[in-house]
Design a binder for this molecule. Sequence first.
Ligand SMILES: [Zn+2]
Length: 189
Amino acid sequence: MRARFPDFRLGNVLATSFTGTLSERHGNAVERIPTPHRLVDWLAVNGLAVDSSTTAQLALARELRESIHAAAATAAAIQDPLPATAVQVINDRSSQGRAAAVLTSDGERRWLLSSASCVEDALSVIAADAISILAGERDGKLALCASPTCQAAFFDTSQSRTRKWCDMNTCGNRQKKARFHANQSTSAK
Ligand SMILES: [Zn+2]
């Protein structure tokens, strides 16, 4: 029987979907890639299929994830210089993998990894995605989730750039429900 693991949250930005594999960072944290196998699953869902992952590769992935989170949180909150160690990890992962963008006949972009066993290649794609966001190359704005227990970094591509939550289905909904209950109890008095 396979153990039941926390579901993945799907987003349309690779780098922040990846940082979202650890959620509720300021509450009861939920680790969504608790095992190497779940990392393999996550990569497959995100178009970066690999055959397998070792525990050491999972550690590399988590180190990259936390570095992207640290850099994104700094970039979103304040205009301070990015944390040097985080930048180093992102750059190392980006430069130590080989992946090529390829075009399908349907006009879609896919990633071709140098070998199916290379988690490092997949991580280089994620690192490069984070770099393009952190460098301000993409249309959107880094922001932090308004939920106090979450505060996840997300990439706001809404026209008004006023998105408040990393994920409408979880953090957004919870906040709406909390407000609803607060209103209920004041009107009952
Ligand atoms: Zn959130």
